[in-house]
Ligand binder design. Structure first.
Ligand SMILES: NC(=O)c1ccc[n+]([C@@H]2O[C@H](COP(=O)([O-])OP(=O)(O)OC[C@H]3O[C@@H](n4cnc5c(N)ncnc54)[C@H](O)[C@@H]3O)[C@@H](O)[C@H]2O)c1
Length: 300
């Protein structure tokens, strides 16, 4: 089956060779499990060796065809290239590439450290570019009937410039621009490779717990606000992404908040900003109320 643009979609994942970065946790782990359940063959990567081993072991139990797990830092161009070459050599093809690994940084432009800005660009933006360029030649060689597809994970903060997330938002806007340009390049050349940009809203994962914040910032508060705003599970996000690939969708917003962000920014422009500010304030007030209540709850 092909889309209106002539891309050959991946009809099912059984036997398909699928690569996932950031597979040790969150959305990447949920994608790995969902693909495993459908009999995909997997090439998984992460910097967290223990988490990656756990994902790989579980994926084998869930029915993955074959699983390779490699410790790869996506910010390192040569390491990603070596991983892509090794993956193509181990399997006969590469059908689905998901550039998912990502990190978060919560800091104002004033207080943000240069090193933290460079760190997040390295992982979230360069990591996606490295994965795309390293695997693209292998996707081009995939069998027509099996399909070839690239998914790059942006964010609803790649649709709206969130306060205290300037660096994160910059990486996610960059992922969006890079991926949409590539898709149009491929269309112009008549390529059959499908390309999807995913825009998750708040997903309940470890990303903010593992994020960087400026010295002295109240990390627990940042985590609590994110958790209060995150309504979607990683499993649901994975399901939506894999369905979008099968349907040949070019962009997918995950969760009601991401859909709202998409519509709000498109139709209201900057008039949408107070709506987002109000929802952040509501979440902060809820967290403050809960924090005020909890000492009373724990004391007899
Ligand atoms: N959780 C959310 O609310 C949310 C919202 C929008 C977009 N996203 C995006 O979804 C993707 C997955 O995030 P998640 O929420 O599952 O986070 P997570 O923290 O649960 O998982 C991210 C994984 O990436 C790995 N990773 C970090 N740096 C790496 C590197 N240099 N090389 C290889 N692996 C590395 C981590 O070890 C971790 O296993 C990210 O790109 C994130 O920006 C998440």
């Amino acid at each position: 089956m092909s889309t209106i643009w002539g891309e050959r979609v991946i009809r099912d994942y059984a036997g398909r060779v699928c690569t996932v970065t950031g597979a040790a946790s969150g959305i990447g782990q949920a994608l790995s499990f969902a693909l495993a359940r459908q009999g995909a063959r997997l090439a998984l990567a992460d910097v967290d060796a223990d988490g990656l081993t756990e994902t790989a072991e579980q994926a084998r139990l869930l029915g993955a065809g074959r699983v390779y797990a490699d410790v790869v830092d996506v910010a390192q161009r040569a390491a990603v290239q070596d991983w892509a070459d090794a993956t193509a050599e181990r399997f006969d093809a590469v059908n689905l590439v998901i550039n998912n690994a990502g990190v978060a940084l919560t800091a104002s432009v004033d207080e943000m450290e240069w090193a933290d800005f460079e760190w997040i660009m390295g992982v979230n933006f360069w990591g996606v570019v490295h994965g795309t360029k390293a695997f693209l030649p292998y996707l081009r060689r995939a069998d027509r009937d099996a399909g070839a597809h690239l998914v790059n994970i942006s964010s609803s903060f790649g649709l709206f410039g969130m306060p205290l997330r300037s660096a994160y938002s910059a990486t996610k806007y960059a992922v969006r621009g890079f991926t949409e340009s590539l898709r149009n390049e491929l269309r112009r050349e008549g390529s059959e490779i499908g390309v999807t940009t995913a825009f998750p809203g708040g997903i309940r994962t470890a990303i903010v717990r593992n994020s960087r914040t400026p010295e002295g910032a109240d990390r627990d508060d940042v985590v609590a606000v994110h958790e209060s705003l995150s309504k979607t599970s990683a499993e649901h996000a994975a399901r939506v992404i894999l369905t979008s690939v099968r349907k040949g969708r070019t962009r997918v917003c995950i969760g009601a908040d991401a859909k709202m962000m998409d519509l709000g920014t498109r139709f209201l422009g900057s008039a949408f900003e107070p709506v987002v500010h109000a929802s952040i304030e509501r979440a902060r007030a809820k967290v403050a109320r809960q924090a005020a209540k909890s000492p009373a709850e724990v004391s007899p």
